[in-house]
Design a protein. Structure first.
Length: 456
């Protein structure tokens, strides 16, 4: 059935809450850990110093315990937040017709940008001017964060209701398994051969249930990953490069502003000039990320109209190319000029990139499945194009859920690669500006992949 705007908004609200949390993490967690001095202090604790006093040892133990708890919380949050995106997008694509899928993805992009905007504004506010004591503002921020996320979670919970399989009856369950769940709510979902469905439904119920269980097993799931169609593999490669480029600069942007642009030092004494410069850079970086989030929301809204006149290929390449040029310009400005806050005027390219990564790949997945659905041949047994025949048993249609999960997983995979390598690169180069250089190079590579590899 068609979904009203209200349901689509409520469904996308969970991404507003997630991005609100993400924004505060990106803006505050790394600077806080850098301010605490994690690498140096942790090393000193592990190496040991037998000449220090008992009081100093206890103080460093408490300090290290605080670091351990903070790092565990950040890792747990990242894992939980990253796990939200794929089910939300798959649920939307699986329970809506094609037109509502496009509207829903656009709404999710807008909600993501709006959530990021609100989160970065919250992180950029000087809470001490509002009456909070220094050091207590983080408590207020995380109370607000928890309330916003819980409200968004409830809105999503009561948005688009799923129809239980037992309410659909055996016949529709078999149709759903036949088509991998991807097009169940499309108008042409029932265009399969009636003879095929009736012959299966009229058979032994036990054998039908066994066949369905085999198709939905873990082994079948893993086979569907290994039998990934070429179109999806190329899209995953492009998406991985795009996320790697984005996360290079996104995860380190406030630290880049504090150290690379403002030339501050997070390890300096609390009231020293270098420490003040670093904190100024972090605050300006928060406002830059606010601009990034606002541009993401505006760009996602504009995509609704733009894609009526411009191809997916053009907008996909444009998103990568604009980001590569903008971040490359940041690196040049930071290295060769004395500009400081002016650099945030390039932050809209980050919003364009984020809107592209969260929109175009999923619309391409929807297009792959929808175009294949329209190509089904009515006679029994039905024949399928190559993309459909890459299902769990080589005969049935692939489900959208697994394809969304594979594309979304490139975000987590790129985080692992970037997290494992970027620190060594910065240490080898000796400047945090190297993160923008790496980001720009990866984005240009992703642009080439989007132009030459991705199927449209």
């Amino acid at each position: 059935p068609r979904r009203p705007w209200r349901q689509l908004l409520m469904n996308g609200s969970i991404l507003l809450g997630r991005e609100f949390c993400y924004a505060l993490e990106a803006a505050l967690v790394l600077p806080v850990l850098m301010t605490i001095g994690m690498p140096r202090e942790l090393y000193r604790f592990l190496a040991g110093n037998h000449s220090r006093s008992r009081k100093r040892a206890d103080r460093e133990y408490v300090h290290t315990a605080k670091l351990a708890v903070s790092m565990f919380g950040a890792i747990l949050f990242d894992f939980a937040a990253d796990s939200i995106e794929s089910p939300i997008k798959a649920y939307l694509l699986d329970n809506c017709v094609e037109e509502d899928r496009r509207r829903g993805l656009d709404i999710q992009g807008v909600m993501s940008g709006l959530g990021g905007f609100l989160g970065y504004v919250t992180g950029a506010i000087d809470w001490t001017r509002l009456g909070f004591l220094p050091g207590s503002e983080n408590h207020a921020i995380f109370v607000i964060l928890c309330g916003v996320f819980c409200a968004c979670l409830l809105l999503n919970f009561f948005s688009i209701q799923e129809i239980p399989l037992e309410d659909l009856g055996l016949q529709k369950v078999l149709v759903s398994s036949l088509y991998g769940g991807g097009g169940r709510s499309d108008e042409d979902c029932g265009s399969a051969s009636q003879g095929t469905v009736v012959s299966v439904a009229a058979g032994d119920p036990d054998s039908s249930g066994t066949e369905l269980a085999q198709r939905l097993s873990i082994a079948a799931y893993l086979r569907s990953i290994l039998r990934m169609p070429k179109e999806l593999a190329c899209l995953c490669v492009s998406n991985f490069l795009g996320w790697a480029a984005f996360l290079c600069v996104m995860l380190f942007f406030t630290d880049f502003m504090g150290r690379g642009v403002y030339r501050g030092n997070p390890s300096a004494a609390l009231d020293s000039p270098d420490r003040i410069l670093y904190e100024q850079g972090v605050m300006i970086g928060c406002w830059g990320l606010t601009i990034n989030a606002a541009s993401c929301a505006l760009y996602s809204m504009s995509l609704v109209r733009i894609l009526d006149h411009v191809s997916y290929r053009t907008m996909y390449i444009f998103g990568y190319l604009a980001f590569a040029a903008g971040i490359g310009s940041m690196a040049i400005i930071a290295q060769l000029t004395e500009a400081r806050w002016e650099i945030i005027f390039l932050c809209p390219v980050m919003g364009i990139m984020y809107g592209t990564l969260n929109n175009i790949p999923y619309k391409l997945i929807s297009r792959y499945h929808t175009s294949e659905t329209k190509l089904k041949v009515p006679p029994s047994p039905p024949t399928y194009p190559q993309y459909i025949r890459c299902g769990v048993d080589g005969l049935e249609r692939r489900g959208m859920g697994i394809d969304c999960a594979l594309v979304s997983s490139q975000n987590q995979l790129s985080q692992i690669v970037i997290g494992a390598s970027l620190g060594s690169i910065v240490a080898a180069v000796g400047s945090v500006v190297s993160v923008t250089v790496c980001s720009s190079v990866l984005a240009f590579t992703a642009c080439i992949a989007a132009a030459l590899l991705v199927h449209y």
